[in-house]
Design a protein around this ligand. Sequence first.
Ligand code: ASP
Length: 648
Amino acid sequence: MLPSTTNGTVVTEPSGIQIKFASQSSMTSLDNAIPASPTKSISSSLKRNTSDGNLMTTEIKEARVRVIYTGGTIGMMRNERNVLAPIPNALVKRIRKYPNMHDQEYAEKRFGNAASMAPLVLPHVQGELRRVIYQITEYVPILDSSNMTMQDWARIAKDIHQSYEFFDGFVVLHGTDTLSYTASALSFMLENLGKTVIITGSQIPIFETRTDGKDNFTSALIIAGNYVLPEVCVFFGNKLFRGNRTVKISSNALDAFESPNSPPLGRIGVSVDIDYRLIFRPCSVSRFTVHSELDENVGILRIFPSISRSTFQAFLSPPLKGVVLQSFGSGNVPSNRQDILDELKIAADRGVIIINCTQCAKGSVAEIYDTGKVLFDLGVLPGFDMTPEAALTKLSYVLGKAEWSLEEKKQMMQSNLRGELTSASGPKMEEFDLVDAVARSLHLSSPQDLGQLGATLFPAMLNSAVIAGDIPKINNLKSYGADLSGTNQDHRTALHLACHEGKIGIVNHLLLNGVSVHIRDRYDRTPLHEAITTDNHEIIQLLINCGAHLTGSSRGIGEQLCAAAARGSMKRLKSYQLAGADLTQPDPSGRTALHLAALHGHEDIVRFLLPFHENLEETDLLGHTALDYATRAEQNNIVKILNGDILN
Ligand code: ASP
């Protein structure tokens, strides 16, 4: 069993961190589940663990993925009557017995005796850097997605928020029927998202002999663990889509989802192929947060020839506040029907936000016919090429923003918030001009050659622009098609370099252009590590404001703190403090920075660290306190400080 406390459960998290949760009222007693919605904030109840099993996290490349299992066909199993049904508490137990979904041998080495209760481990995947360690949270009850409500979306959003810093990515297992609604809603609710969130499900349950569930689930885990894509995505039928662009197009085909107005973000064939230029990145220096207040007074009105005035009247009456009007073709309504036009005008004048979207599966509304223009003149807003699911959930998100005026809400509905729409006025990228020119001179022509050339050239050119501090050059490279979050052969981004070089202007510029703070290089270093290594406090603060946080094993951080204290580096300790480290974190021998400062006679550091220690009796593995270290080293002043004889 996981260690339990009287008021909750402690989950040993793969990095060795323990997360303490309140009682499992809404949870199953599932062995490796993380209870949803802890009532106490995770950060306030963090505990460092000192037993990591046989392997140290620093020796192996791992990614941690939280899986939220809401329900749907994917997890169903045959019951005693041989009928498919959701069976509570069964998914994790079954997966543990599937060698192609759980590597028992690795789990035993990694988690020791606790392996039978520990997180699941995806077997090694050829070509991927990191081993995926995943933990499943099962919702109670397991839901058919047709029964899901806006409260369920809020619950998923909050659960992601509460465990955001402890995982590299998130996978939501979901029924397919309303999956596109949930994906669209979450894309708006998860503000300034910096990590990968993938929603998936299946048409055939995962434990059937012939199934799409296993591929969908494992591919989602691999992508969520190995690729930093700051979007709410849908993975289905070997394709990765932007969630708010998807629609369910088939009730029985395995390719059940489509993204009619926007190409897939990636495809999985023999390898994972992501088109990074399509990734929509939040361009602000702000932390990840969740907006969970949604307004339920929204609806979709699909017009048809001879639709009656009374239908319009009934539909548009209070308390309705927002409506997606599904019009014909490129946004047309019968312009000869003054009665329904009057109803639309009355509603628009009353402050109802009306968004015009097309009934066509593909395409956008445009002001090209008189029958469409008439709507614009009434105050109906263009929905461009938004899917009805995206338009509806966006309305309910925007209407739920109490701090925005009606005018601001209308403005937001027409703006591209999360890549959900293509407006005619959007900037056009001068795609690949530069790469084309080089390719021509090298006589390269295939798309693979071009892609390869871009992936090699752009990071190198970006890096030289970073070193030169040349923002116009960075902008030029972007307009030539460079992905500013692109990585070089060491998986390092321009942001890593800018942080290391201490170029705060460039760091700021890259962050405002959506470069991810979460990408880890080949050595597991994030841009935050680079800023700590150079003790650039201004950059550390900027990264933290943008949602960066410390990663890696807590004992590794303990080692760094001890090393800093031993050489008397106050600056480095303050860098770690700014980055959110627990300054009392021990190293693998149980020594804290205070022990080392006491041993080496750094009085100023002892004084600085003392307030962080509630308990001065903490001992290393040999049973020695910081006071013992000071006494043995004859650091008499420090002995007095630790004994409280000199006021700190
Ligand atoms: N009715 C199911 C659901 O949406 C269908 C599925 O999972 O595919 O939950």
